[in-house]
Design a protein around this ligand. Structure first.
Ligand SMILES: N[C@@H](CCC(=O)N[C@@H](CS)C(=O)NCC(=O)O)C(=O)O
Length: 268
């Protein structure tokens, strides 16, 4: 059976699990990385020499790098839906995948999400965070234009093009910030939220990823926690817009996962 390695809270793992869900592939999910650890163990390094999640094992095929995994799964199991044999059609899709990884992701995930949410207050570089946020707005405005005439990034159907960028949307919309008016991006996000695989694998609350507020802070894992820390969201809002707004709470379903041997060892 297909094995997927990686913690539920990992953005790159979420992309892979979303596609696995869309394709309805039976799989075993092995929690690794973050406080589950295991990435430096020789057995894991034999799978992925650079020690990162996600990794998949499909019988004797091992694949690492989230976008390579997406392409592998689409080619192997998604012909006619997520994979086109025509190189021109594939290139249209893959352009958006690469754009997400090299343009949107650095500004949103590294610049804003890490810069603010995963950085202790005293160390935050606000000019840099605001600059990255402005760039995210430009990127999302570009998508808003693309989505004006079509429901998904490359046309009428969800494709691999939507997966990397679409995975950023949950965090983008969960952070309590003053977002620009982007009606087509909003509608796209609503469409994605209607998909069970997106709700199950991407809409995962992320408090375990926040900077620790005190040294003894032991945050539950995304794989078992389903409440957003309201206070954190309010602080983000205040810092960004100087306005404190009511912080909503969220109670998502537990992310179902088959806990593997490494998870059992590491999560104690
Ligand atoms: N370019 C790689 C990045 C992989 C990566 O950095 N993964 C992170 C999680 S998103 C990781 O393994 N971090 C170490 C950890 O979780 O302990 C990919 O797209 O798969």
């Amino acid at each position: 059976m297909l094995k997927v390695w990686g913690r539920c809270s990992s953005f790159n793992v979420q992309k892979v699990l979303w596609l696995v869900g869309e394709l309805g592939l039976p799989h075993e999910h092995l929690l690794a990385g973050g406080s589950f650890g295991g990435l430096d163990e020789p057995d894991f390094r034999a799978l992925n020499p650079h020690g990162r999640v996600p990794v998949i094992e499909d019988d004797d095929v091992v694949v690492w790098e989230s976008h390579t995994i997406l392409r592998y799964l689409a080619a192997q199991y998604g012909r006619g839906s997520f994979w086109a044999d025509d190189p021109g059609m594939r290139a249209r899709v893959e352009g958006w995948m690469d754009w997400s990884q090299t343009t949107l992701q650095p500004d949103f995930l590294n610049g804003v999400f890490w810069g603010y949410y995963r950085t202790p207050e005293a160390q935050r570089d606000w000019p840099a965070i605001r600059q990255r946020f402005a760039r995210c707005t430009d990127h999302l405005r570009l998508l808003d234009g693309i989505l004006q005439d079509q429901p998904f990034l490359t046309g009428d159907r969800l494709s691999l093009a939507d997966i990397p960028a679409g995975t950023s949307l949950y965090r983008y919309f969960e952070l309590d910030i003053d977002r620009p008016e982007l009606p087509n991006v909003n509608a796209w996000y609503e469409r994605l939220q209607q998909r069970p695989a997106y709700r199950e694998h991407v809409m995962i609350p992320f408090p375990e990823l926040a900077f620790p507020t005190d040294p003894g802070d032991r945050r539950p894992h995304a794989c078992s926690i389903h409440r957003v820390q309201a206070g954190m969201r309010a602080r983000w809002s205040a810092a960004f817009s100087q306005q404190r707004s009511a912080a909503p709470t969220c109670s998502c379903q537990a992310a179902p996962s088959t806990r593997g041997p490494m998870a059992a060892d590491r999560s104690r």
